[in-house]
Design a protein around this ligand. Structure first.
Ligand code: ADP
Ligand code: MG
Ligand code: ZN
Length: 476
């Protein structure tokens, strides 16, 4: 039997507001434990929450970017559960009246085609603290408690781990473009739960979903889903589906590359949601709604512009616009009047290739856009050959420094000087008199042989166009 994979994602995006969702404590990462706390986020009796306007602006911006309905009115509810890093015994969230509903984004395939994935809702809530388990003790750090989160819930529209990854990459890029989150996956400010089920191909019904919690890298998301799909298919084929696949929460263990049962999944009724009596329903004013409509150029528009204005392929434009840092790098290159396609290939194939190999990212590239631009200029103006350019890039990548100094030091300059080329030509022709004779008698393919010999004589530095021209003049 053939199966189809069904995936819906829930993504928690930590909003980069200065203060927390319901108090004026600073949001921070990595500071000494419990230094950013107050009666509200410590849940001391009688302390009252006050919503953060900035969090609403950022949530509404995301809503507008995914072409959703941004509600003027939204309501905070209490979601009740116990966990040591949740001192109130409930999380403030939005349940029946979220701020954002009914949007979508387009995921990108490499060939430039797209697929629409629905986004059911996005709601504001607060993060919990962190439990730290060390030896016989468990400690609680409440610095993160109360940090604003936007939870974005997709429709079950994805049909493979690859599509899920593409959805996340697109959402990640949008969050970065909007500047609403650092979206740093290692630090947990962009994390994802994947809901995964299978069904016989062609069956429109949805089968029980397994939720895999807190996936924090694109690679793990792919692997966790692949593992889970294989587990469910195997259970089905073994006639064991009903026993092995039910609505539950599983954890992905990256060391073992497997998912493990964590707990049976609660139904929403288990949380006893009810409107938080400490918080009035929020009604956004016009100024806030208007502010949230001011959006920067988003990835889809930028990609289209790069294809149209610079003649890039959809794939190249997608690689660059998928990452705001690459966008900055590329746009800095474009200030230098370079041929766009050439610049892209030096950026993606050559520089990104070297970065990947040495496990660096574009953020900490040892070669700046100015340096790369200068190098490309030196190739475009024929000072060095493209091959020498790669050698120069290797050197600059390792040692830093100026492009012209590197070219000088490595002796890469092409010889365009006529007299130097003429003298190389002279010595090659006189050393190959017999071949010159054969050439003149019609063996025209020897032309390439002479060019090769002259290049060799010049130590590979002669400008090939000049060599061709001089040779043509001499032997016709
Ligand atoms: P909960 O908070 O209980 O996890 P949500 O409504 O927030 O529930 O999220 C449900 C997620 O699961 C959504 O992303 C939805 O698309 C997805 N989903 C629902 N049914 C299925 C299914 N059968 N297979 C895969 N994903 C599903
Ligand atoms: Mg969930
Ligand atoms: Zn506080």
């Amino acid at each position: 039997m053939e199966f189809e994979t069904v995936i819906g994602l829930e993504v928690h995006v930590q909003l980069n507001t200065k203060s927390k969702m319901f108090c004026s404590c600073a949001t921070s990462f990595g500071d000494a434990p419990n230094t950013h706390t107050c009666p509200v986020c410590l849940a001391l009796p009688g302390a009252l929450p006050v919503p953060n306007r900035e969090a609403f602006v950022k949530a509404a911006k995301l809503g507008n970017a995914i072409k959703a309905t941004v509600h003027k009115r939204s309501v905070f509810d209490r979601k009740n559960y116990f966990y040591p890093d949740l001192p109130k015994g409930y999380q403030i969230s939005q349940f029946t009246h979220p701020i954002v509903e009914n949007g979508y984004l387009m995921i990108d395939y490499d060939d430039g085609t797209q697929k629409r994935v629905g986004i059911t809702r996005a709601h504001l809530e607060e993060d919990a603290g962190k439990n730290i388990h060390s030896g016989a003790y468990s400690l609680v750090d409440l610095n993160r408690a109360g940090t604003p989160l936007l939870e974005i819930v997709s429709e079950p529209d994805m049909r493979s781990a690859d599509e899920a990854t593409r959805f996340l990459k697109k959402l990640h890029a949008i969050a970065r473009y909007l500047g609403i989150s650092d979206a740093n996956m290692q630090e947990g400010s962009f994390r994802c739960d994947a809901n995964v089920s299978i069904r016989p191909k062609g069956d429109p019904k949805l089968y029980p979903r397994v939720e895999i919690k807190n996936l924090n890298s694109f690679k793990f998301i792919q692997k966790a889903i692949d593992y889970e799909v294989a587990r469910q298919i195997e259970a089905w084929e073994d006639g064991d589906y009903a026993n092995k696949v039910w609505q539950e929460t599983r954890l992905y263990d990256s060391a073992k590359n497997e998912t493990r049962s964590m707990r049976g999944k609660e139904e929403s009724a288990d949380y006893r949601y009810f409107p938080d009596p400490d918080l009035l329903p929020v009604s956004l004013d016009e100024a806030t709604l208007e502010e949230a409509k001011k959006l920067p150029e988003l990835p889809d528009e930028k990609r289209k512009r790069y294809v149209e204005a610079f003649g890039l392929s959809a794939y190249d434009a997608g690689v660059i616009t998928g990452d705001l840092v690459l966008v900055g790098f590329f746009e800095a290159l474009m200030e230098h009047n370079l041929a766009p396609k050439n610049a892209v290939s030096w950026l993606t194939t050559e520089l990104l290739g070297r970065l990947n190999k040495s496990q660096k990212t574009i953020e900490n590239s040892p070669v700046s856009p100015q340096t790369l631009a200068k190098l490309i200029e030196r190739i475009e103006d024929s000072t060095i050959s493209a091959k020498a350019g790669k050698e120069a890039l290797d050197y600059l990548f390792e040692n830093g420094g100026e492009v012209d100094t590197a070219i000088e030091r490595l002796g890469l300059k092409q010889v365009s000087d006529d007299s130097a080329i003429e003298s190389a030509l002279d010595s090659v022709l006189s050393a190959n008199a017999a071949n010159v004779e054969r050439y003149k008698n019609g063996e025209t393919k020897l032309f390439g042989f002479f060019v090769g010999q002259i290049m060799k004589e010049s130590g590979g530095k002669a400008n090939p166009a000049k060599v061709n021209e001089a040779l043509r003049k001499r032997i016709g």
